[in-house]
Every structure is written in structure tokens, then in C-alpha cells.
Design a protein around this ligand. Structure first.
Ligand SMILES: [Cu+2]
Length: 392
């Protein structure tokens, strides 16, 4: 969703100076800050979209409303009750009605904010758990195990995403509900029958579960439903903060590890100085990434504005969150917990690439770390997710 309010504010204040920013989804997108723009960085994940919505349509109107109300009261008091206009002041010291009102109204405002913010905190905190199953070309009926726990089971169309995926490019194309029939909602096994068999060179990918994220109609009334089923993480990354840089470990791929330090000033364009690192974190687009953080010496914080992430990296404590983006590109963040002398020099850079590029990168890292390659390249690989027996 486009962010109307910040864009509107920045156009009001700074239109002549605004720099045209490259949009999300364009090839080679770089999430760099631009001069003279006061809007939030473009949201690349459902969580960031929700945060922006919360800021633009919940917090900002409340703040503006309260500020204007208090300003109006001040002006009124100054004009109406100054010594000249009101030479004999009132002598009352209590007014029960006013005191009840100024207690109850702020409580209601806080409850209103809490309704949205609890939702958002839960979304950030709970790692999605929808399961992904893939079936090869020719499949027309797919049997899918439904979650063992009844409360996480697929019980309606909203819990399912059925898509065709190109084997080579990994591009996903959603099927509309008219193109398939589902039996067994709420039962231990689902059967999905396609109108047409999966074409050659494609896979059937079924994502099923209760974790949905993304913009939903406001209060169930306004706007379109852009939410989608979010799969369980397919890649876990451990981010270890240290004075002053980040180490990254990929436990799914033999625990290979590398350091990402700030790229020297003369090695990067000036707008990437203090943002670019010597090694990017590389992740596949269109998959859920679990990010676990820990501190090696003091408390740091792994923050990535475009993903809506800011999570402390604390010595001796395991913190985790997640992100999901379909937009390839390079995203930048910085350590956001004052951690010492060179705190300002420990940037974070994440490069979101296609699945084939990710696999090639993993093999490269494996080789650098003396490990066997994890993926057979350039042969077409089936899923990252395990595909159980496909039935006809
Ligand atoms: Cu720091």
C-alpha cells in the first residue's frame, strides 16, 4: 500500500527538494535514504506495512488531535481569562465532572491505541508457521497433511494459498479459487483437485496455515484485503552483534559464518557510507526468514527499517523475529542500541535475491568455509521445503 500521509506531508513541506526515489520491486532496488524526504522508508514486509499504517492512521491522528485540542484550550484561556478580560477570578478548586472526563477520555484513547498495537506486537513476535508443500508437473490432485494441532489447522479458503511456481525462475503465480477444489477443511488431510494438471516446467506450491499477514481492511470496512498466508521460515540467520560489527551464522547450511563490517568510505558511493558493509546478509525473496539475535559483548540492536525490525542483541539471551519480502533488492539498517565508541559504524545490509541466486551464494559460502556444496547447481532443484508424497 502506498503511504498517503507521509508522502502528503513531505510534498507539502519539501516538494521542490524531494528526490525521486527508486521504487520497491524495480530491478536493483536500493533502500537508500534520500535527502530532504521526511516520509518513512518504503515498507518491504507485511510487518513494516502494518507499522506504517499504525503510525499514519492511528498514532499520528491521535497526536495531531490532542495537540490541536490543547493548543485551542491554551489560546482560549489566554484570551478569555487574562487579568484584563477577567479581573475577578473564580475561586473554585474542584470540578468532579471535569476530573472524571480528563481521566476517562485518556484511558479510552489508550485502549484505542492498544487495540492496534497489541495486534502489531503479536505479529512481530510470533514467527509464522504455515506449511509449504510442492508437487511436480503433471499433478492434478494433491494430498496435504493438515496441522496436528486443531487450532492451527486449515479450515477455510483464507488459510490456503495455491500457486504455480516456475521451476527455473521460481516466479510464483497465484491460482484463483475457481481453478481448484478443496476437500477436507478442518480434517487431518486436505485434498486439492486442480482443474488442469500442473504444466511442464512448473510446480504446484500449496501454503497452508493460520499465519496471515498484510494490510487488511481497516476495522473490517475500508480498503482492500492484501493479506496473505505467510509460510514458516525456510532460512534461519543468527546475527551476533559485537563491538563494532555483526557476525552472521547460517545454521541451516553447516553453520557457515562471516563478519559484516562497515565498508570503508572510499570503497562505496557517498550515500552508502555507514550503510554498506563488507559482506551482505543474503536471503531468498518470497520466503520467511527467521532472524535470531545475540550480543557477544554488550547490548546491540539489529534494526532494519524497511522490514519493520528493531530487535535487541543481548549477551546470554536469545531473541528472535522474522521477515518476509517478495521485493528483491538491497536494504540497509544500523545498530540501534548505543553500544560504545563505534556504535555509529556498525551498519547492516541485507540483499534479497531470487532462490537460484541464493543457492549459488550458499554454495559459494560453503566453499569458502570448506564445506560441501548444499545445492546441485545448475540443475533444477525442487523445493527448500520438504515435499511429501504427491498423490494422483
Ligand atoms: Cu551498536
Amino acid at each position: 500500500m502506498k503511504l498517503a500521509l507521509p508522502a502528503f506531508l513531505s510534498s507539502l513541506a519539501l516538494a521542490p527538494m524531494a528526490v525521486a526515489a527508486q521504487s520497491l520491486g524495480e530491478p536493483g532496488f536500493e533502500d537508500v535514504p534520500h535527502n530532504s524526504v521526511i516520509a518513512l522508508r518504503e515498507a518491504a514486509t507485511p510487518v513494516a506495512e502494518e507499522i506504517h499504517f499504525f503510525h499514519d492512521f492511528v498514532i499520528l491522528p491521535v497526536m495531531v488531535g490532542i495537540s490541536l485540542f490543547v493548543l485551542a484550550l491554551l489560546i482560549w484561556v489566554v484570551l478569555r481569562y487574562n487579568a484584563k478580560a477577567n479581573p475577578v477570578p473564580n475561586t473554585f478548586s474542584h470540578n468532579t465532572l471535569v476530573e472524571v472526563v480528563w481521566t476517562v477520555v485518556p484511558v479510552l484513547i489508550l485502549v484505542f491505541i492498544a487495540l492496534f498495537s497489541f495486534d502489531l506486537l503479536y505479529l512481530q513476535d510470533r514467527v509464522p508457521d504455515a506449511q509449504v508443500y510442492e508437487y511436480d508437473e503433471g499433478t492434478q490432485r494433491a494430498r496435504i497433511p493438515n496441522a496436528e494441532v486443531a487450532s492451527r489447522r486449515v479450515t477455510q479458503e483464507r488459510h490456503l494459498e495455491v500457486a504455480l511456481v516456475d521451476k527455473r525462475s521460481r516466479q510464483k503465480q497465484l491460482l484463483s479459487p475457481e481453478q481448484y477444489d478443496v476437500q477436507g477443511y478442518g480434517e487431518e488431510e486436505l485434498v486439492i483437485a486442480l482443474a488442469d494438471p500442473v504444466p511442464n516446467g512448473q510446480l504446484l506450491r500449496v501454503t497452508g496455515g493460520r499465519s496471515r499477514a498484510g494490510r487488511k481492511p481497516f476495522l473490517g470496512l475500508f480498503g482492500e484485503d492484501e493479506s496473505q498466508v505467510i509460510p514458516a521460515p525456510s532460512v534461519t540467520i543468527k546475527a551476533i552483534g559485537f563491538q563494532w560489527g555483526w557476525s552472521y551464522v547460517y545454521p541451516d547450511f553447516g553453520d557457515f559464518e562471516f563478519d559484516a563490517l562497515m565498508a570503508p568510505k572510499d570503497s562505496v558511493p557517498s550515500n552508502l557510507y555507514r550503510l554498506a558493509t563488507t559482506n551482505d546478509v543474503v536471503v531468498p525473496a518470497g520466503e520467511t526468514i527467521r532472524i535470531a539475535t545475540v550480543g557477544r559483548d554488550v547490548i546491540h540492536s539489529w534494526a532494519m527499517p524497511a522490514f519493520g525490525i528493531k530487535i535487541d542483541a543481548i549477551p546470554g539471551r536469545y531473541n528472535e523475529t522474522w521477515f518476509y519480502t517478495e521485493n528483491e533488492g538491497t536494504y540497509y539498517g544500523q545498530c540501534s542500541e548505543m553500544c560504545g565508541l563505534d556504535h555509529a559504524f556498525m551498519p547492516i545490509s541485507v540483499r534479497v535475491v531470487s532462490r537460484p541466486e541464493f543457492e549459488a551464494w550458499v554454495n559459494e559460502q560453503a566453499e569458502l568455509n570448506g564445506l560441501d556444496p548444499f545445492f546441485d547447481l545448475p540443475n533444477e532443484q525442487l523445493a527448500a521445503a520438504p515435499a511429501p508424497a504427491a498423490a494422483n
